[in-house]
Design a protein around this ligand. Structure first.
Ligand SMILES: Cc1cc2nc3c(=O)[nH]c(=O)nc-3n(C[C@H](O)[C@H](O)[C@H](O)COP(=O)(O)O)c2cc1C
Length: 388
């Protein structure tokens, strides 16, 4: 299907599935354990219904929104996604360029392939870096210095990854033995020639952060495994206080699901949080992101910046998240599928689709702007009990 005919996240998802070997599609698409939280992230948006008002002048509409200390064209940003460059050559820079093209920020992952020196300047204003605090604090500090020099304005510290979630699809597909592929995996690679040609062209792929770490090995897979093993599982409140003292820019804590944790982060000096369960990839069985947002938004609105991710696939989801107290949504899989399917043009098409849906939803709800919607808050919604 041509990009111009793709109108929903599912279209991009199908296109990504066709282009990628199964092992990579499942890595993106899958979640932890029984994938219950993964499914709930999408399904629970159905618990909130939009409450429209008619006879309102919506002839002139504005979709720009305040978040991360700036005014952005849409209440959206690209969230951090590791390994993106393994799914399509140049996909990280392409995604950053597409975000800049529509006037929204993007966040670089610790697991990115593209150097921060290349990627972060592409972000325009609001460039952000996602950090995992490492056991080696000196190395963590060196990362902070490096990304500050590249112009990162906001630091997103991810705190829901003290250990990695168990992702059954990845184990079944043999992700751990990707560097020694068997005949089935090789056949799968050969059956996806567009992806394969891309990877041959960019071989060897390396992880940007590991450039100066000789013991991480050479090659992306070894380096990613090394980095995962370096994430500090003892990172706690004292660690966050240390990070606050060490980072002068905006500090956002990513991976918060309860009011109590949100308050602790703010009390320790964080400027904001991302209500997130890592897209259902970490602890399965926790509440959906949108259900957590409803509680956190009610308790904390106005006290700290509340960003949101998890299951955002449509403009209506974005509108619901804003009504529940988020200042903006981070996109995850929604833009990754676009990047895989069509590089920069693919992400731009995803963003244009979401923009059209947000615009239509606001207009039909009787709001002339994102600011009006946010002021209305939960009055713009009706909460249903149980599932939709
Ligand atoms: C393939 C993939 C890789 C990811 N890598 C990271 C990462 O490196 N750091 C991080 O904080 N979150 C990472 N995430 C989580 C996203 O930032 C985001 O929280 C999640 O995808 C949102 O859910 P959604 O995909 O349903 O929109 C990743 C998600 C996916 C799908």
């Amino acid at each position: 299907m041509r990009l111009s005919r793709m109108v929903a996240a599912e279209d991009f998802r199908r296109a990504a599935r066709r282009r990628l070997p199964r092992i990579f599609f499942d890595y993106i698409d899958g979640g932890a354990s029984a994938e219950a939280t993964l499914a709930a992230n999408v399904a629970d948006f159905g618990r909130y219904r939009l409450r429209p008002q008619v006879l309102r002048d919506v002839a002139v509409r504005r979709l720009d929104a305040d978040f991360l200390g700036g005014r952005h064209a849409l209440p959206l940003m690209l969230g951090p996604v590791g390994s993106l460059g393994l799914f399509r050559a140049g996909a990280e820079a392409a995604s950053f360029r597409a975000a800049r093209g529509v006037g929204i920020p993007a966040c670089m992952s610790s697991f990115a392939i593209t150097d921060p020196e290349t990627l972060l300047p592409l972000a325009g204003s609001g460039g952000a870096f996602q950090l995992y605090v490492l056991k080696d604090r000196e190395r963590t500090e060196a990362i902070l210095d490096r990304i500050a020099a590249c112009g990162a304005e906001s630091l997103f510290v991810t705190v829901d990854t003290s250990v990695s979630g168990i992702r059954e699809r990845d184990i079944r597909n043999g992700l751990r033995v990707l560097s020694r592929p068997g005949p089935r995996m090789i056949a799968d690679f050969l059956a996806h020639p567009l992806w394969l040609a891309d990877m041959v062209r960019v071989h060897p792929v390396r992880m940007a952060l590991a450039r100066d770490w000789p013991e991480a090995g050479c090659g992306y897979l070894a380096q990613a495994a090394f980095l995962a093993g370096q994430i500090d599982p003892s990172f706690d409140e004292r660690g966050l206080a240390w990070l606050r003292s060490r980072w002068n820019g905006r500090l956002i804590v990513k991976g918060i699901l309860t009011v109590k944790d949100a308050r602790r982060c703010v009390d320790l000096g964080a400027d904001g949080i991302v209500v997130s369960n890592h897209g259902g990839r970490q602890l399965d069985g926790v509440s959906s992101s949108v259900a957590a947002l409803a509680e956190i938004g009610a308790a904390l609105a106005g006290r700290a910046e509340i960003l949101f991710d998890g299951g955002v696939r449509r403009g209506g989801d974005v509108v619901k998240a804003l009504a529940l107290g988020a200042s903006a949504c981070l996109l995850g899989r929604a833009y990754v599928y676009g990047a895989v399917a069509g590089g920069e043009a693919g992400v731009a098409t995803v963003l244009a689709t979401l923009r059209a849906e947000i615009d239509m939803t606001l207009a039909l709800m009787g709001f002339a702007s994102v600011d009006e919607l946010r002021a209305a808050g939960t009055n713009a919604l009706e909460v249903t009990t149980g599932v939709a």
